[in-house]
Design a binder for this molecule. Structure first.
Ligand code: UGA
Length: 429
């Protein structure tokens, strides 16, 4: 029965659910995708992909025959014994994860000793144990549970699924864990088979560590600014030490997205709830909040007061290659600029629709030149490829002023200066 091509269910068709479903379809599995949002299910049935994720639309189209969409969990239960859970776990006001969507799935499960929930959603450590207790209380003790955290990055989620660094399976050592291991076997990735709580912690610790790396290099960048060192050189110099590694050492205007801010705060909160004060994570969060605001100081250094000044923001999404605006630095930056009296124009190649909803009072442009026209200063917030290759001479000619803040150290300072602009990056002397 445990063939790698066994049919599976995926509950939740957001970034994680849809990529997981399409990825398994690519491996040859039939996938029953369930979502409570009927309009979304209808769109998916028509072949429309509700999110922007490179390669996803192609994969979903290629495997239309293997991907089945429905609003009824019974369809998945009938066809599959492994039900991947990929529903949202957003932060609550207290910083804890909101598990109401996960709990709704748990409650919807019937008594069965033929099925297992496979948790993809990021949940606090201890969630597996408490779900098993809930199952027992509901007379469903036969239902199995597996923690199988995801490590997909938005923008490269499809290739991350197909070429993972590792697969983590946290379980009770039963048929369900074996079946999940089988499912991932064709990917030939290093496997960490462990207990449920450790599986849950691996996910939170991985994101917290990566966020720590970013806040660390951002603080180094800030010290570089007052000491005359160049953070890009420093990152190269430390990253070649294979104990440190070169990745996630890109200084900038702070991390955002639906994962790092939420997961760092959830781990801090989880520790706090158990009586442990996680000091390092407090600093990681605070450094990130301050980092988002440092651009304001840089602008004031060159422009003086920002009242009445025109500032153009290039890039709004929390990172390139996504339309995701959740916790994007641009949200904090634009609100701070407006509060300081500046007039803010903005352009993003993909995220404009979502941004218009979240950022009232901004002037949205259709392209880079329209955005920078008559600006006193330009801030590169998200390092989309088209900004890295923009014609700096045209930018300089269109602007009223001459200040360019490179919030992602994505441009060549010499080229910017050669175009007659004042260049200021993050931590570059
Ligand atoms: C992150 C993790 O990288 C994934 O492994 C994980 O699966 C995912 O969260 C999740 O928990 O679902 P993601 O949020 O898509 O993925 O984005 P990242 O590429 O990790 O970037 C996060 C933020 O850090 C972005 O705002 C990015 O601009 C910033 N960043 C990243 C830096 O400022 N510097 C860096 O060197 C790297």
């Amino acid at each position: 029965m445990t063939s790698p091509r066994e049919p599976i269910g995926v509950i939740g068709t957001g970034y994680v659910g849809l990529v997981t479903a399409a990825g398994f379809a690519e491996l040859g599995n039939d996938v029953w995708c369930i979502d409570i949002d009927a309009a979304k299910v209808d769109r998916l049935k028509r072949g429309e992909i509700p999110i922007y994720e490179p390669g996803l639309a192609e994969l979903v189209t290629k495997h239309r025959g293997r991907l089945h969409f429905s609003t009824d969990i019974a369809d998945a239960l009938e066809q599959a014994r492994l039900l991947f859970v990929a529903v949202g776990t957003p932060p609550t006001y207290s910083g804890d994860a909101d598990l109401s969507s996960v709990n709704a799935v748990v409650d919807a499960m019937p008594p069965s000793d033929q099925h297992a929930l496979v948790m993809k959603s990021t949940v606090p450590v201890g969630t597996g144990d408490s779900i098993k207790r809930i199952f027992a209380g509901q007379g469903k003790e036969g239902f199995r549970y597996v923690s199988c955290p995801e490590f997909l990055k938005e923008g490269s989620a499809v290739s991350d699924f197909l070429r993972p660094n590792r697969v983590v399976v946290g379980d009770d050592g039963d048929w369900a864990g074996d079946a999940v291991v089988e499912l991932y076997a064709p990917l030939d990735a290093p496997l960490v088979r462990t207990d449920i709580a450790s599986g849950e912690m691996i996910k939170l610790a991985a994101n917290a560590f990566l966020a720590t790396k970013i806040s660390f290099i951002n603080e180094i960048a800030n010290v570089c600014e007052v000491t005359g060192a160049n953070v890009t050189e420093v990152a190269k110099g430390i990253g070649l030490d294979d104990r440190i590694g070169p990745k996630f050492l890109q200084a900038g205007v702070g991390f955002g997205g639906s994962c790092f801010p939420k997961d760092v705060s959830a781990l801090k909160q989880l520790a706090g709830n158990s009586g442990y004060h996680f000091q390092l994570l407090n600093a990681v969060i605070e450094v990130n909040e301050l980092q988002k605001r440092r651009v304001i100081g840089k602008l004031e250094k060159h422009l003086g007061t920002l009242v009445g000044k025109r500032v153009a923001l290039l890039g709004l999404a929390f990172k390139p290659n996504t339309d995701d605006m959740r916790e994007a630095t641009s949200l904090v930056l634009s609100a701070r600029l407006q509060a300081a009296g500046a007039h803010v124009s903005a352009y993003d190649p993909i995220a404009e629709g979502e941004a218009r909803r979240m950022m009232p009072g901004l002037e949205f442009a259709d392209d880079t030149l329209g955005c920078v026209r008559d600006a006193d200063a330009v801030v590169l917030v998200t390092e989309w490829e088209e900004f890295k290759t923009m014609d700096l001479g045209q930018i300089a000619a269109a602007m009223a002023g001459n200040v360019l803040i490179d919030g992602r150290n994505a441009l060549d300072p010499a080229a910017v200066r050669a175009a007659g602009l004042i260049y200021e990056g993050i931590g570059q002397g």
